[in-house]
Each structure stands twice: as structure tokens, then as C-alpha cells.
Write a protein that binds this ligand. Structure first.
Ligand code: NAD
Ligand code: UDP
Length: 334
């Protein structure tokens, strides 16, 4: 069902594609995929959570360029397609400067939508399962309006992304912009930051370092984890979908795990001797999360193919290499 998009043979099939947030975890994988498919890729990023090392390899290609820019400021460049991934995604990062997070979601989306109008570009918005808040409907279907605390610590992100969805639909109605909204459920893989604060990177780094594994609360809360390669396939298929497919469309892996089960799996796969410890549960931490992906299966012919053990094994290998390199570098300067 899936695989790399074919390399465009004809010059007119080659597109100029803007990836806002292209130096981040998901953005850098998307840039790589689009370059591999023969497109010209412009990575726009303010490098707040994104890393230059994520895109170092890509800079070797003539078809790749980088613009350091914050999307809360307007921008005008020639583009055919836009992916808006620019926004910190980890609760630790998006809560560090909540006002800037709201500006990024709202003003940033506005600026990119105005660019889409000027350039008649198709635009994909990276929305999130957080728009469902702490859901009362399970699994979450796109028609469910959610249960969000509008002024809690997660509100800057949850409400910011909800407002962005509203803006996308209003630009679609008023300016006929070709919009696509994907709601991403917890995605993990190589190039997550070791200090990201999200559960998969935290548990793997803790296990590899032999430190205590920190479960917040009793670990009975659930998440559904999607491997990055599957998600990127979903993105590309969304952009290529019929104009009438606006979304929102859930993208995620519907296999649901408790956080305690995830901790056990990481310990088992790393062979770590780390102990499991418990910390207080975070405010407004969703109790259950699992996507209904029927719409993506029907409209995009998309379905995740990498199971949790296989995806974790690849992610553990990545962090193992990264920590070994950091260790070596520290020894060299000592
Ligand atoms: P990330 O933090 O690694 O990437 C975000 C990128 O956006 C970084 O490179 C950062 O520097 C850049 N950025 C942030 N604010 C910006 C601004 N104002 N202007 C320009 N660049 C800015 O996070 P990620 O996991 O790669 O997430 C990418 C997108 O996907 C985000 O929009 C996020 O909300 C969404 N998403 C991700 C997940 C997930 O599980 N990874 C889940 C739901 C939604
Ligand atoms: N979590 C945890 N230990 C950690 C980091 C996170 O138990 O070190 C829990 C967190 O409380 C939440 C789940 O793991 O219930 C997923 O957290 P993450 O920050 O990865 O994503 P989100 O809450 O946005 O889904």
C-alpha cells in the first residue's frame, strides 16, 4: 500500500514545497521524503526546538534551502505547496512560553494561509489529537468536538490548534484555499530530542543511561504510538488527495497501550536495569487516547505498518548512537 512517491520525471511535476518547522523531528523527515521524491524543498524554521543537525545531510542537495524565520511574522516566497508543522509539540516545550505558542498557532497559521492565497498554494496543517482534550468519546472520531480546558496549562497548544483549524476552514470558505488538516496522534522515532520531555524519548534515554524511569501517575493512562515513517506517508498522501478532502483527518496508530506497558516494553527492549518510579500526574493529562482512522483508510488508502516493538527498536538504536557520540565528545573535551 505504501512506499516512496515516484521521482517526478517531468519538470512540470517538480514542485516548490515549503515545510514550516522543517528542522524539527517530523519536519526533517518530511523534507527528506520530499527531496527524495524529486521536489524542491524550502525549510523554514525559527530553530526554537528544531536542530540544525536534523537537516545537515539535506543541505548537500541543490534542491534544498533553509530560511531562518518565525512564522508569527508574515512571509512571501514563491511556492506550490505548504506544510505547516511549525509549533513546539512537547508539553514541556509548548508550555515554556505559552503566549508565543498561541501566537505560533494562530498568527503563524494566518501568515501561511495568506501566503497560500497569494501564491494559490495547497496547504496542509499539522493539527493534533490534543484538539480532543481529555476525550469522553473513545476511540476519537473526527466528528467529536472534544473536551478541552480553555485556560489550563495545555490550553495555549490545544486552543491554539483549534483556532488554527477554524482559520483554515474560514480561508477555505472565503478565499477558496485548498486546505487539508491532519490530526496527528503521538508519533515517535529517530531525531526526537533526548531532552524533548515526551514519554518515548524520556523512557528510552532513561533506560539507556540506567536512570530511573519516570511514570507520571499510576501509568494507567493510555496513548497510541505511531512510528514516524508511517506518519510521513500519511502526510504525503494527504497533500496528494482530491481537492474535496479537507479533513480534519486523524493520522495515528490505533494500537493503544498504557504508559506502564510502554515502560515495561522499553526496559525489555533495551535490556536495562533501570527501576520504575512514579511522579505526580500532570494537570489535565488526557486519560485515554486512541484514533479512529477509518477516514484516513478510506480517503488516503493509508494505514500504519510499523508496530510498537519494531518502531521502538529503531528508535532505541538511534538514541544509543546519539548518546555514544555525546559521551565520546565529552571525553574528548575533558
Ligand atoms: P518539533 O518541536 O520537533 O518541531 C517543531 C518545529 O517547528 C521545530 O523545528 C521548531 O523550531 C519549529 N518552530 C516552532 N515554532 C516556530 C515558529 N514560531 N516559527 C518557525 N518555526 C517554528 O515537533 P514535532 O514533533 O516535529 O511536531 C511537528 C508538528 O506536528 C507540530 O506542529 C506539532 O504540533 C504537530 N504534532 C506532532 C505530534 C507528534 O507526536 N510528534 C503530535 C501532534 C501534533
Ligand atoms: N509521561 C510519563 N513520563 C514521562 C513523560 C510522559 O509518564 O517521563 C506520560 C504523560 O503524563 C502522558 C503520556 O506519558 O500521560 C504521554 O506524554 P507525552 O508528553 O509524550 O505526550 P502527550 O501527553 O502530549 O500525549
Amino acid at each position: 500500500m505504501q512506499g516512496d512517491s515516484p521521482v517526478p520525471r517531468r519538470r512540470e511535476d517538480r514542485k516548490r514545497i515549503l515545510v514550516a518547522g522543517g528542522a524539527g523531528f517530523l519536519g526533517s523527515h518530511l523534507c527528506e521524503r520530499l527531496l527524495g521524491a524529486g521536489h524542491q524543498v524550502i525549510c523554514l524554521d525559527n530553530f526554537s526546538t528544531g536542530l540544525r543537525r536534523n537537516i545537515r545531510q539535506l543541505k548537500r542537495s541543490d534542491a534544498f534551502s533553509v530560511i531562518a524565520h518565525d512564522i508569527i511574522e508574515p512571509i512571501d516566497i514563491e511556492v506550490d505547496e505548504i506544510y505547516n508543522l511549525a509549533c513546539p509539540a512537547s508539553p514541556t516545550h509548548y508550555q515554556a512560553d505559552p503566549i508565543h505558542t498561541t501566537k505560533t498557532c494562530v498568527l503563524g497559521s494566518l501568515n501561511l494561509l495568506e501566503l497560500a492565497v497569494r501564491r494559490r498554494a495547497r496547504i496542509v496543517q499539522a493539527s493534533t489529537s490534543e484538539v480532543y482534550g481529555d476525550p469522553n468519546v473513545h476511540p476519537q472520531v473526527e466528528g467529536y468536538w472534544g473536551n478541552v480546558n480553555p485556560f489550563g496549562p495545555r490550553a495555549c497548544y490545544d486552543e491554539g490548534k483549534r483556532c488554527a483549524e477554524a482559520l483554515f476552514f474560514d480561508f477555505h470558505k472565503m478565499h477558496r484555499v485548498e486546505i487539508k488538516i491532519v490530526r496527528i496522534f503521538n508519533t515517535y522515532g529517530p531525531r526526537m530530542r533526548p531532552d524533548d520531555g515526551r514519554v518515548v524519548s524520556n523512557f528510552i534515554v532513561q533506560a539507556l543511561k540506567g536512570e530511573d524511569i519516570t511514570i507520571y501517575g499510576d501509568g494507567s493512562q493510555t496513548r497510541s504510538f505511531c512510528f514516524v515513517d508511517d506518519l510521513i506517508d500519511g502526510f504525503v498522501r494527504t497533500m496528494a488527495s482530491r481537492p474535496s478532502v479537507t479533513g480534519p483527518i486523524n493520522l495515528g496508530n490505533p494500537a493503544e497501550f498504557t504508559i506502564a506497558a510502554l515502560a515495561d516494553k522499553v526496559v525489555q527492549l533495551t535490556g536495562s536495569r533501570s527501576k520504575i518510579t512514579h511522579r505526580p500526574l500532570l494537570i489535565d493529562d488526557p486519560r485515554r487516547r486512541c484514533p479512529d482512522i477509518s477516514l484516513a483508510m478510506r480517503e488516503l488508502d493509508w494505514c500504519p505498518t510499523v508496530n510498537l516493538s519494531a518502531g521502538l527498536t529503531r528508535t532505541i538504536r538511534y538514541f544509543d548512537g546519539l548518546l555514544a557520540r555525546t559521551d565520546r565528545a565529552l571525553k574528548e573535551v575533558a
